[in-house]
Design a protein around this ligand. Structure first.
Ligand code: C5P
Length: 314
């Protein structure tokens, strides 16, 4: 086929622990990542000439070579130059629903969809692992976004172990329209404040990576324990984001005052989310927080946990 349409779900973190520095300048992490039904739609089409075109209806998404979806096409065409020459160029159209720079892997999931779509369109026959290895060159969350569901992510975030699906959990997400947090800023500031707590030697980091399997969040997920999962939400990056942006702390408190399983900031923020057991509860929580905060700058979404990552619609 000459064109494909793909659904690219966003993600939230259920757990984000910073373990230490890595020799490559990144942080060694232990995360639990969860796909959500709030998703972008990506159309991929072959065009005759050997060029890459990215279109997007969102004013904050660049469509030049800096766009991560563009970089995904570039990467794969450099890996398979003869295929690129045979099939010609590619046009990518991104229909944005996931808020941008929000800690929901909006860019990463677009890149993941491009890798999955090009593999199909160019009949490359890559395995999921090969696609994830390519994805890791584009961003730490891209490998997870390909397979999605619920997963433990260690290393930079690219080493994945699939976890059992958490069924029937709803998510209310809220983000201030004009607030975005730079991921490098969040990690750099964390290092400045908490660098002294980092595990420094590789052996201890390795041990810590193995120990994560026995931590309470993973047991709660294994038992599909919604209440426990809600209580055990944890994100180290809140320690830098909440003091810097007091409106985020207020938002978290507003969520916590409602009937929720738990509430937390996703990734490096600034999206705050709360988990509920039903759609109607999610609607009530949204209405409650909206009334309490009464801020026209605050946007809300309701989504469900998704058991998979990138899917193809046609
Ligand atoms: O990999 P990605 O491009 O998503 O990372 C964005 C930034 O987040 C990195 O440049 C780095 O500053 C920070 N980061 C980190 N450790 C990680 C993942 C991201 O320090 N494991």
């Amino acid at each position: 086929m000459r064109s494909y349409s793909l659904i690219a779900p966003g993600k939230i973190n259920l757990y984000l622990e910073i373990i230490g520095d890595r020799p490559d300048g990144y942080h060694e992490l232990a995360m639990v990542l969860q796909s959500i039904s709030l998703a972008d739609k990506i159309d991929i089409r072959s065009i005759g000439i050997e060029t890459i075109v990215v279109r997007c209806d969102h004013p904050l998404v660049s469509t030049d070579a800096g766009n991560i979806a563009y970089r995904a096409v570039s990467l794969i065409s450099k890996q398979f130059p003869e295929v690129f020459a045979r099939y010609g160029g590619v046009e990518i159209t991104i229909h944005k629903n996931i808020p941008v720079a929000a800690g929901l892997a909006g860019g990463s999931t677009n890149a993941a969809a491009v890798l999955v779509g090009l593999d199909l369109m160019w009949e490359l026959g890559l395995t999921q692992r090969e696609l994830q290895e390519l994805g890791a060159q584009l961003g730490s969350d891209v490998p997870f976004c390909i397979g999605g569901g619920t997963a433990l992510a260690t290393g930079r975030g690219e080493m994945l172990s699939q976890l059992p699906n958490l069924d029937h959990i709803y998510v209310v997400l809220a983000k201030y329209k004009n607030l975005s947090i730079s991921t490098p800023w969040a990690y750099k500031t964390y290092r400045q404040h908490f660098g002294h707590t980092y595990i420094t030697d590789t052996e201890s980091q390795e041990n810590s990576r193995h120990r994560i399997h026995s931590r309470p969040m993973l047991s709660a997920i294994a038992q599909n324990g919604h209440k426990e999962v809600g209580k055990l939400l944890h994100n180290d990056l809140e320690k830098v984001a909440l003091p810097e942006y007091p409106q985020l702390l207020k938002l978290k408190e507003a969520f916590a005052s409602q009937n929720v399983l738990g509430t937390m900031m996703s990734g490096s923020g600034p999206t705050m989310f709360a988990l509920t057991e039903s759609q109607s509860q999610a609607e009530e929580v949204k209405a409650g927080v909206k009334e309490k905060m009464a801020d026209p700058d605050l946007e809300f979404w309701i989504a469900q946990f998704n058991s998979s990552g990138i899917s193809i619609t046609h």
